[in-house]
Design a protein around this ligand. Structure first.
Ligand code: SF4
Length: 429
């Protein structure tokens, strides 16, 4: 057994989990391969946050059936949010899968791989930080969620909130910095709820801010109920913490928020946004919104549009509600907004946001912004500003060439020459 393949779908937490599992497998001597057909260990890291994601996982699982026949000795595992505490039903549906692992439950797989290789995995696997990380990398700092939003399946799959210690996270980030990482995004389902033995997210930021070689710190995803003045101030004060906050509002109507069990009102949410904007110069803010939640009236949807129009976010991750079996909403509410109506509302939200973003981004024209160069695609470099704006850029002297200096991991000043709703473009200044 020498090779592995991990297929990943879903949020940044799944990406981070897959990287960490890959790191563990590599420490056991396995090599990553791009095709599952060539792998001795195949892992599917699943997401069920929306029906479309779950359908993709099911389709991919079905595609692995012929592989099972061809390679009876290969190990096939399913992990991620599709796997809850009880796996009987999954075992019945997918009998060709060897192992069902809850999110971050790597041990049973490492044990099987270790046995086949004649290795004691616990003696072989050390820190789970990725071996060859990208210059911008995710670091999970808090697992699970203690809230119970009625539409969400995550607390049932990832369990209750558990934070890693500041020391543990800092040592991992130090290691990543020595491996070339310039930007970390610390992750949690409710990242601003981070807390370990009296330390909060602001304390963690202060510690990470001192790490040599690291240029930028980001954080995802925040929850309005945990966003404290202390955290906001630390974003303003610490030079490496980027001025970007993702703060999901989910709906712009108090009655919908109550039925979603989001424990804040729209007025409270607006107050937090005001405090963030008053405290952090040049901050950018993104949000998540669900339209077509059970019982959402036209007026309630209009209230959401009004909130978006008023607060002018730098990004809105919009989604049409879809019932997730096992959630409170699925058990107690009637999914009564017709599918076509949900799509109409989503389109309306996206159209509004596109206009807002066109306007916001046009203000960057002729500005010089700092970009972390991440990679080169079709001749142009891509990277992000501190405010998380995607930028395509060229070096003036190599704009028409395929080759040029390798800028990966460098902070580059870019003069913006073109703007659009979804990205900026320019040349190095
Ligand atoms: S805060 Fe709500 S939406 Fe976010 S993970 Fe927890 S339950 Fe799900």
């Amino acid at each position: 057994m020498q090779t592995y393949h991990i297929w990943t779908i879903g949020c940044q937490m799944n990406t981070a989990d897959s990287e960490r599992l890959g790191s563990a497998l590599e420490q056991l001597g396995l090599t990553a391969v791009p095709r599952p057909a060539d792998a001795d260990v195949v892992v599917l890291n699943s997401c069920v946050v929306r029906q479309s994601a779950e359908d993709k996982v099911t389709g991919t699982l079905n595609l692995t059936q012929p592989l099972r026949k061809k390679r009876p000795d290969a190990v096939l595992a399913l992990t991620g949010c599709m796997v809850g505490p009880r796996t009987e039903e999954l075992q019945k549906r997918f009998p060709h899968v060897d192992l069902f692992l809850r999110p971050q439950e790597f041990e049973p797989l490492l044990e099987v791989v270790g046995e086949r290789l004649g290795l004691d995995w616990e003696g072989c696997v050390g820190a789970l930080a990725p071996q060859r990380p990208d210059v911008a990398t995710y670091v999970p700092i808090i697992h699970g969620c203690d809230l119970m939003c009625t539409f969400c399946i995550i607390p049932y799959r990832r369990g209750r909130q558990v934070s890693r210690s500041v020391d543990d996270v800092a040592h991992e980030v130090e290691l990543l910095a020595t491996r070339g990482v310039r930007e970390v995004t610390v992750l949690g389902q409710t990242v601003d709820a981070y807390g370990h033995e009296g330390d909060d997210l602001a304390d963690l930021f202060a510690r990470l801010n001192d790490i040599d070689g690291l240029d930028r710190i980001r954080f995802l995803t925040s929850h309005p109920s945990y966003m404290s003045s202390r955290i906001i101030k630390s974003v303003a004060d610490l030079p490496k913490v980027c001025e970007h906050i993702n703060l999901p509002v989910q709906a712009g109507d108090d009655d919908v928020l109550r039925r979603m069990r989001r424990p804040y009102t729209t007025a409270e949410y607006r107050d937090i946004i005001s405090e963030i904007r008053d405290t952090i110069p040049d901050v950018t803010i993104s949000t998540d919104i669900i339209v077509g939640f059970p019982g959402e009236t036209e007026q309630q949807y209009e209230n959401t549009l009004q909130l978006v129009d008023d607060l002018r976010f730098d990004k809105v991750h919009g989604a049409a509600y879809s019932t997730r079996p096992g959630t409170i909403a699925a058990r107690t509410m009637d999914d009564d907004v017709p599918q076509e109506e949900k799509q109409r509302r989503l389109k309306g939200l996206e159209t509004l946001q596109e206009g807002i973003l066109t306007d916001i981004n046009s203000a960057y024209l002729h500005d010089t912004v700092q970009v972390l160069a991440e990679n080169r695609k079709r001749g142009s470099w891509t990277g992000r500003t501190r405010g998380n704006k995607l930028v395509y850029f060229d070096l003036p002297e190599t704009a028409d060439c395929v080759a040029g200096p390798d800028l990966t991991g460098q902070l580059v000043d870019v003069r913006i020459t073109r703007t659009g709703p979804w990205s900026l473009a320019g040349v190095t200044a």
